[in-house]
Ligand binder design. Structure first.
Ligand code: MTE
Ligand code: MO
Length: 318
């Protein structure tokens, strides 16, 4: 497929090759065949309890994480999203408003000494919140820069006390077909699952996000808890997390199940390795008319390159 280069930050939408187009085509027949099995699951949005976490924001910025470009305007960032639970276009912000983010509990289980279920507001009280400016690079070749608020994933993992055999961290998103229309599309392997090695999850950059732009996280960006792994393609940064498990085996991730030859476990940003259907050499900076070269590990090699020594033979994007 030929990738047409055009100008403007609207390009990713018109790109010939977003994730969903391909899968929609491939799965449509399966869908039609099984369509009679689909129940009517429509529901009206419900409000849920109020989010009273505003007092935690803004948190003090950690200056160790600097940007090489301006922060993406908030209005652009919060309305140009990938969140397949609410649809496969980039315009899911309004649909995502039906997600109830209070009450919200996160289960921490698996090979840990202290399994627990913790309410998001208790987590906010216990964890050391800070602001970090991170770059984000989607596998679809658009990028953005975000002021996230959150805490190091490592802090949560250490508190859970990893046990022998805890080799990987598996993350899971909520499953609620009544509020998430995308989850009624049964050909996707819901719930959305992501994974990291324990070493990846324990490095300084792996960040659990609760806020953005000095405020509680908008629903479109994965409230009330999402991951940010800025050296990896965007799909690693799972949204609206309900469960974090320390496990022995490498988790089968959502995108890996859908397209194992295109979206693998590592998902490290590597401009030298093209996606099977498009180049990864450049990126379109959202909110600008700029295309810039993509950097290995999205420019975060000083933090993470050591994690991958010995793995050079692997196709790092996979
Ligand atoms: N639960 C869930 N998390 C997800 C996704 C998703 O569809 N569902 N999409 C991923 C992809 S492909 C990207 S690029 C980022 C987008 O984050 P943003 O909308 O905040 O820019 O979310 C990631 N996390
Ligand atoms: Mo993405």
């Amino acid at each position: 497929m030929v990738i047409r280069r055009s100008k403007g930050w609207e390009i990713p939408e018109r790109h010939a090759t977003p994730e969903h187009v391909f899968f929609a085509r491939r799965t449509v027949l399966k869908g039609v065949a099984a369509a009679s099995a689909v129940g009517v699951l429509g529901a009206l949005p419900t409000l849920g309890a109020p989010d009273s976490s505003g007092a935690f924001y803004p948190a003090k910025r950690n200056e160790a994480f600097a940007l090489d470009r301006p922060v993406t305007p908030e209005a652009v960032n919060t309305r140009y999203n990938n969140f397949y639970e609410f649809g496969s276009s980039k315009s899911i912000a309004d649909a995502a408003e039906s997600l109830k983010v209070r009450p919200w509990t996160v289960k921490i289980d698996g090979r840990v000494g202290k399994p627990q279920e913790i309410a998001i507001d208790d987590l906010l009280k216990r964890m050391p919140l800070e602001e970090r400016l991170y770059r984000h690079r989607c596998v679809e070749a658009w990028s953005m820069a975000v002021p996230w608020t959150g805490f190091p994933l490592r802090a949560l993992i250490e508190a859970a006390e990893p046990q022998a055999g805890a080799n990987y961290v598996r993350f899971e998103t909520f499953l609620d077909r009544a509020v998430a229309p995308g989850q009624r599309q049964f050909w996707y392997p819901w719930p959305y699952v992501e994974g990291l090695t324990l070493a990846e999850a324990s490095n300084d950059l792996a960040f659990l996000v609760t806020g953005a732009y000095g405020k509680p996280l908008p629903k479109s960006m994965g409230a009330p808890l999402r991951l940010a792994t800025p050296w990896k393609y965007g799909f690693k940064s799972i949204k609206s997390i309900t469960r974090i498990s320390l496990v022995a085996e490498r988790p089968k991730t959502f995108w890996e199940q859908l397209g194992p030859s295109e979206y693998g476990f590592w998902a490290n940003v590597n401009p030298m390795v093209p996606h099977p259907r498009w180049s990864q050499a450049n990126e379109e900076v959202l909110g600008t008319h700029e295309r810039r070269p993509t950097e290995l590990y999205n420019g975060y090699g000083e933090f993470v390159a050591g994690l991958y020594s010995g793995l050079e033979g692997e196709r790092l994007f996979m």
